[in-house]
Design a protein around this ligand. Sequence first.
Ligand code: TXA
Ligand code: MG
Length: 327
Amino acid sequence: MILDGRDPSVIERAARALAAGDLVALPTETVYGLGARADDDAAVAKIFEAKGRPPDHPLIVHVADADSVRVFAAEVPPVAVRLVARFWPGPLTIIVPRAAGVAAAAAGGQASVGLRCPAHPVAHALLVAARQAGVAGVAAPSANRFGRISPTRASHVADEFGDALMVLDGGPCEVGIESSIVDCTRRHPVLLRPGVLTRAEIEAAAGEPLLDRDENAPRASGTLEAHYAPRAPVRLMPAGQLQAALQMLAGSPLKLAVYSRVAPSGTTEGMRHRAMPERATEVAHELFSVLRAFDDEGVQLIWVEEPPAAPEWEGVRDRLRRAAASR
Ligand code: TXA
Ligand code: MG
């Protein structure tokens, strides 16, 4: 059931549910999360079951503020301290060494743990209320089934999990794509997943360059190729190639959706066009709901104009590349 996350009595009820080991879906500024108390392996197991996610894929633990980090972290490396000071609350997840015996299931058995303090007022209110009820952190992956697009509205979550799940409605997510993840457990910080924060901003706060993930990096579903996929196959093309492909498709009965900055000329019968906004943050904000809407309309192909190569587009390019990699 979808409940108004701005209602204090709903927050209290959700905090009690979390304390009792039940699942609660919550809005964050990035995407909606499917939450369970992080210190309860049985509660966390319900997340893996609901999502159909392999249990060795670690989840992010959400905390009310930086004070709760010490519950889950064995140690907070200096670079993590700098990142937290600059970006929390906000769309940044840090990976730090995990405290012994805490949140083992949430961490997917890794010796590290991912931590994030979300900026959304409903998430914050829930995390504060949960802490008062004895829950120091809420493990929450994106509230979608494994391999699918992350939800950016309460209705997306209800569509995937049905009416039995308690979903706190906090409106459409402002950021729209998942948090940037920086692994702070190694000698130098590693960008495991780009988000809307630019590499340059993160590096300025870290005080050193970010390395790219390599084969030895810990497992991360959000970093698998072929993730974040709508049902219809997605093709990513430069504007010119998109126009040429459209001409070739003219007269075909296929139901096509196009998401592009350049307006398609010579539109085909039954083609659905959605204009891609100018700014990367605007595209991030609407991207997943645009892809879901195409799916809901039953389109058979989704063609997307490749976004610019500029640094602020890294997160959007990453999500589109993965959506396109799945077929
Ligand atoms: O914006 C977000 O980060 C959203 C909201 C709900 O906070 N959450 C999210 O969670 O995207 P999820 O589980 O869909 O993606 C979390 C990513 C996964 O790729 C996971 O493998 C990685 O974080 N991760 C978590 N803990 C990790 C760890 N200890 N080591 C390496 N990767 C980790
Ligand atoms: Mg996810």
